[in-house]
Design a protein around this ligand. Structure first.
Ligand SMILES: NC(=O)C1=CN([C@@H]2O[C@H](COP(=O)(O)OP(=O)(O)OC[C@H]3O[C@@H](n4cnc5c(N)ncnc54)[C@H](O)[C@@H]3O)[C@@H](O)[C@H]2O)C=CC1
Ligand SMILES: O=C(O)C(=O)COP(=O)(O)O
Length: 466
């Protein structure tokens, strides 16, 4: 996602986005608990989102409220009237997020479904933050309509639902191996069909994992505990867990595996990754599982391979086109294929996963809105400072700017006569972000700093927090 250039002008308000799903591939990330997330576009928060005073006059309100979930400080300094922050949560984002955000005083509007583009365009006009899951498409048209947009900082939850997906896939391996989908359907139709032919234990069978990231590596451990032999293929060399082995090519993996399971992100390289050629490379009677993204597998080729018996069964959780809402909307060439388990994109749909995602992302968002802390943003320079000085005449300056030469000199000149307690800046692609805590400033000086910084030609968004 790239921000349209019109968004790189000076703005006084913000839009932030959070999502449960990684929004970009995660090639270089270690599977060992990342502290941050992958990268995409960029932007930042509000200068005075409470709307008090003129748009270039930062609010001078200092209020207190209860304890904050994070470790940054025991007391929260409410830097502005949080009641004026508007948050839109779509697709049944978990109650943990709704209540955490409401507890901050933000206005939170929730919807059970994804919204179509035209409705989203209307809704997003005065929204500061939008929370989405995998269905919502924040198209350029939608972003252009977001009048409070100063750019976008995206926060996601990269591994809170990984375990849920891995457990589902493990179950599917057993179900496919025992043709349980077909037996279950027959019983519901009143048909008793006790067969053992072509039904197998999974112990001693080979599982081929494509994409050994958060989900693939978790599945590796679970599958070995069930006695499976695990091979995996990934574009980066990774430490094999347990006794698993990395193979050098997808073709090799396909040809040695009894079960192939896909856990790659959707990228140009992975689109249509599994088609007729790849299915033919798989062993006669082997099984395919896809709980990654629908476009990775060519559905007509899979349907043909299932109907011919070359592929002994498949479990598919994700589809190239998924209905936007629950109901009788689903169509696929896979309907009626033998030993084929179809599920409505529920890999990460557990109470545990949804609740963890809600907590993780809402806390990141709160820190970003209230303190300017961008740790955990997938697309934005990650910057944090120790606690703001709890004094009437201290401020935190948060300056998002174009990543070009000469900016720091300009800011240093503006702040030259002030007491800068601490300052940190970082950049990511075209965007840079500076946070500075400044003490002993009068209300007039605060306004002067705000005005001069936000008028710099490299300004994207300037915020002053108290
Ligand atoms: N069905 C569901 O409800 C859910 C689906 N997902 C999807 O599962 C997929 C995997 O998620 P995570 O494990 O969290 O991602 P991850 O980013 O942790 O791991 C992906 C792995 O795939 C590898 N990879 C990328 N391109 C590749 C290629 N061309 N060939 C081989 N390996 C490649 C990466 O190097 C990385 O190790 C994503 O598409 C995600 O959207 C995630 C959660 C829930
Ligand atoms: O996290 C992901 O990548 C998923 O696919 C889960 O999507 P969901 O939050 O269930 O719409």
């Amino acid at each position: 996602m790239t921000l349209p250039s019109s968004h790189f002008r000076s703005q006084t308000t913000t839009t932030a986005v959070f999502a449960s799903a990684p929004s970009t591939p995660n090639h270089l990330r270690s599977r060992v608990m990342p502290t941050s997330t992958p990268a995409t576009p960029a932007a930042v928060p509000a200068a005075n989102p409470d709307g008090t005073g003129s748009s270039d006059t930062p609010s001078v309100r200092r209020e207190r409220q209860g304890s904050f979930g994070g470790s940054q400080r025991a007391k929260i300094l409410k830097p502005f009237n949080t009641a004026n922050i508007k948050i839109l949560l779509l697709e049944n984002v978990n109650e943990t997020a709704v209540s955490a955000l409401r507890a901050q005083g933000y206005q939170v509007e929730t919807h059970a479904k994804a919204l179509p583009e035209d409705e989203l365009i209307e809704k997003i006009r005065d929204i500061h933050c939008v929370g989405i899951r995998s269905k919502t498409k924040l198209t350029r048209k939608v972003l252009d309509a977001a009048e409070k947009l100063g750019g976008i900082a995206v926060f996601n939850s990269p591994f809170s639902n990984s375990r849920s997906v891995a457990e589902l896939v493990l179950a599917e391996i057993v179900l496919l191996s025992r043709q349980l989908g077909d037996r279950n359907r027959e019983m519901h139709e009143g048909i008793w069909s006790k067969v053992s032919s072509n039904c197998y234990e999974i112990r001693g069978k080979t599982l081929g994992i494509v994409g050994y990231g958060h989900i693939g590596s978790q599945l590796s451990v679970l599958a070995e505990s069930m006695g499976m032999r695990v091979y995996f293929h990934d574009v980066v060399p990774l430490m094999p867990l347990g006794t698993s082995k990395q193979v050098s090519s997808l073709d090799e993996l396909l040809s040695v595996s009894d079960f192939v399971t896909l856990h790659v992100p959707e990228t140009e390289e992975t689109k249509n990754m599994i088609g007729e050629r790849e299915l033919n490379l798989m062993k006669q009677g082997s099984f395919l599982i896809n709980a990654s993204r629908g476009t990775i597998v060519q559905i007509p080729a899979l349907a043909k391979a299932l109907r011919s018996g070359h592929i002994g069964g498949a479990a598919v959780d994700v589809f190239p086109k998924e209905p936007a809402a629950n109901g009788k909307f689903f169509e696929s060439e896979l309907l009626g294929c033998p030993n084929t388990l179809l599920t409505p994109h529920i890999g990460g749909s557990t109470e545990e996963a949804q609740s963890m995602i809600g907590v993780e992302v809402s806390q990141a968002l709160i820190k970003f809105i209230n303190y300017g802390t961008s740790i955990g943003a997938v697309n934005f320079p990650e910057v944090d400072l120790r606690a703001i000085k709890d004094e009437e005449n201290s401020i935190r300056l948060c300056y998002t700017h174009m990543n070009v030469p000469g900016v720091l000199m300009r800011i240093t000149n503006i702040l030259a006569d002030h007491n800068v307690d601490k300052q940190f800046s970082d950049s990511k692609g075209k965007i840079a972000y500076l946070m500075a805590d400044i003490s002993d400033v009068t209300p007039e000086q605060i306004q002067d700093i705000y005005r001069r910084v936000s008028e710099t030609p490299t300004n994207i968004v300037t915020r002053v927090l108290y």
